[in-house]
Design a protein around this ligand. Structure first.
Ligand SMILES: C[S@@+](CC[C@H](N)C(=O)[O-])C[C@H]1O[C@@H](n2cnc3c(N)ncnc32)[C@H](O)[C@@H]1O
Length: 280
């Protein structure tokens, strides 16, 4: 039984960071004509209502995408991201938020392939219906950690993989590491993006260092911390993106964007970012 529903969190500060980094990676991959395979192990529903009871219950998007929506000073890459969200809303008011499959769908070219995994039956059904007419696309109602094995190496010999679990179930941290170890053996050249939550758990704190050890050819780690954990240490203080084999342009792009995100998304004086990498 899967309790996690991304609809509660759609468009929050963590989605902003994740989807911004995803767009920067895919835009870079689009710089070469050669096709690539895009894989998501944890795809979600593909799109979310911000007016529905899930999103309204916590209003997390108000501290995320809504803070960027009306800005007239967005740096170019953030303007590109907000334009994608605007297009998903038909150019009108902010009522819906695109999930990562919708963002990828907008960026992939006709020659690229999309392979998505989503285990929740409702979210899988919504996702499969949304992508029913998408070309070169498969939507699997199966475990994405296990499914990734069958996607690598890709026939295209180029791949970007987003691993975005909820980390609510036991074992997601360990499965991320084991899945990536296996994936890198099958296809060392892939670009692998891992999202993780900044929460007071030892597994979360250790994850970046465990991923570093798997990535001899280079990695990048970006973390955006926007709020204090509550008095008991609960709550999502921020989140991180760890990218194995990042585009060489990513570090400088994020170095210019993260200070802006701290200013706009920060919810207290201690809001901050971390950006580190080991180049190839
Ligand atoms: C954080 S959400 C994904 C959000 C999505 N990537 C986005 O950015 O729009 C994680 C999703 O993974 C699904 N899920 C949980 N365990 C899974 C597994 N082992 N394989 C595939 N999907 C899983 C959940 O139902 C949930 O929809």
């Amino acid at each position: 039984m899967l309790a996690y529903r991304h609809a509660f969190h759609a468009g929050n500060h963590a989605d902003v960071l994740k989807h911004l980094v995803l767009m920067l990676v895919l835009r870079h991959m689009n710089g070469k004509d050669k096709p690539y395979r895009y894989v998501e192990t944890h795809a979600g529903a593909g799109g979310y209502s911000l007016e529905g009871r899930y999103a309204q219950k916590k209003g997390e998007f108000e501290q995320g995408i809504a803070r960027l929506w009306t800005r007239d000073d967005l740096p170019e890459a953030l303007a590109d991201y907000v334009a994608q969200v605007r297009a998903f809303n038909g150019g009108k008011a902010l009522r819906q938020y695109p999930g990562s499959p919708a963002i990828a769908r907008a960026l992939l070219r006709p020659q690229d392939q999309m392979r998505l995994y989503e285990l929740h039956p409702t979210d899988h059904r919504i996702l499969a219906a949304y992508l029913a007419d998408a070309r070169h696309t498969e939507v699997h109602d199966a475990d994405g950690f296990a499914g990734l094995k069958g996607q690598l190496p890709p026939s295209t010999r180029r791949a970007a993989v987003l691993i975005d679990p909820s980390y609510e179930g036991h074992g997601d941290y360990g499965r991320v590491v084991a899945t990536l170890r296996d994936a890198l053996q099958r296809f060392a050249e892939g670009v692998y993006l891992v999202w993780y939550p900044q929460v007071q758990k030892v597994e979360a704190a250790q994850l970046p260092r465990r991923l570093e050890a798997l990535a001899p050819k280079g990695w990048l780690h970006a973390r955006l911390s926007v709020q204090k954990a509550d008095s008991q240490g609960f709550g999502l203080a921020g989140s991180g993106m760890f990218v194995i084999n990042p585009p060489y342009t990513l570090h400088d792009q994020l170095a210019a964007l993260l200070p802006y995100l701290v200013e706009v998304l920060g919810q207290y004086d201690g809001a901050s970012y971390l950006l580190e990498q080991r180049p190839a």
